[in-house]
Design a protein around this ligand. Structure first.
Ligand code: GAR
Length: 190
């Protein structure tokens, strides 16, 4: 099985979808390390419950900055754990060159919009505010930009006129939980 590392910041529902796919036998992978820059992130709890090592990335009080030295340290922590493929799952800091160089084309991200539409924060809110009639999610390779890397696969959902941020995000997340494990499974077969 391919050794996967996951980086997140929040509730970890995408991590859960990956764990569930491994458990169900539809994803031939082993989750070896989960890292969160948010010590309160429920993602840590989900990992530990599944028996996966989970650690906090301490960015020294910086809210969004991910200092270069820290990027290198984290990348090497993942390498040392034997990680072959990294999946960002709601990770709210930008991964940049020093990190990317350690895992060239081996870092994926899931984003809650049909990129290139609505990059950045709270893409579902951007879609609602913009009056979009369609949105979705995108799995892409991570490059040094914000949600700009090569797109691997997308899933579409309708946006209804009575949608709120919450109802749209929920509909998108249901697709995320299906799409992310499916794309990872396809990639590790290659
Ligand atoms: C997901 O919807 C993910 O697409 C989004 O954060 C949520 C994390 O949920 N990511 C981004 O917005 C990244 N730009 P989760 O912690 O329950 O997986």
């Amino acid at each position: 099985p391919t050794k996967i590392g996951v980086l997140g910041s929040g509730s970890g529902s995408n991590l859960q979808a990956i764990l569930d796919a491994i458990e169900a036998g539809t994803l031939n992978a082993e989750l070896v390390l989960v890292l969160s820059d948010n010590p309160e992130g429920y993602i840590l709890e989900r990992a530990r419950r599944a028996g996966v090592t989970a650690e906090v990335i301490d960015c020294g009080g910086f809210k969004t900055k991910f200092p270069d030295e820290k990027q290198v340290e984290v990348a090497h922590r993942l390498k040392d754990a034997g990680v072959e493929l990294i999946c960002l799952a709601g990770f709210m800091r930008l991964v940049k060159q020093p990190f990317l160089d350690v895992f060239p084309r081996r870092i994926l991200n899931i984003h809650p919009s049909l990129l290139p539409a609505y990059p950045g924060l709270m893409a579902w809110k951007q879609a609602v505010n913009d009056g979009a009639t369609e949105s979705g999610c995108t799995v892409h390779y991570v490059d040094a930009g914000m949600d700009t890397g090569p797109i691997i696969k997308q899933a579409r959902v309708p946006v209804y006129s009575n949608d709120t941020e919450e109802t749209l995000h929920k509909r998108i997340q249901e697709e995320e939980h299906r799409l992310y494990p499916e794309v990872i499974a396809e990639l590790i077969k290659c």
